[in-house]
Design a binder for this molecule. Sequence first.
Ligand code: FE
Length: 211
Amino acid sequence: MDEHSHNHADGQAAPSDPALRVKALESLLVDKGIVDPAAIDAFIEAYEHRIGPRNGARVVARAWVDPDFKRWLMDDATAAIASLGYTGRQGEHMVAVENAAGVHNMVVCTLCSCYPWTVLGLPPVWYKSAPYRSRAVIDPRGVLAEFGVELPDATEIRVWDSTSEMRYLVIPERPAGSEEMSEEDLADLVSRDAMIGTALATLPAAKEPAP
Ligand code: FE
């Protein structure tokens, strides 16, 4: 077959990488004055840290205060999460894993970056990085220490490898001293990283009960 049967005058081959297409689109929108790159960064920042993980935090807070919901969540996380209105792509096939005394769960995707978007928003850069993906499995305790999480030696660390068929949400332990807090306030204690398993849910320092 003649390799040159197609028309070179039509331009270059399509970019192979979707990221390149996104970059090109962003440049065009910025050039035309349609969007401000700082606004795009702010939007991504918001979705990664604040808006996205708030859904998951509400799921966790509900599980902390409502034993029936918690049982449903452990039994069929996809349905329980959907009942709160959090549905969508990369939110199917959810599995909730619960931290408890002596058991800590941590989530990774060793192959790529599978992540429960509907409850956690956009994955952080480190989650997609090669070092996290390999070391989370080989040396979870070392990785946790780098995140500032020191667990007792006796604590079992369970590492869950996500796939497109299975996405995990860690239910952190409810912090001691939070017994009187409302569900809404409890949700504020649940960070994105706590639901990936690279942090614990903690009381804000100011709210810590007096010794
Ligand atoms: Fe993946």
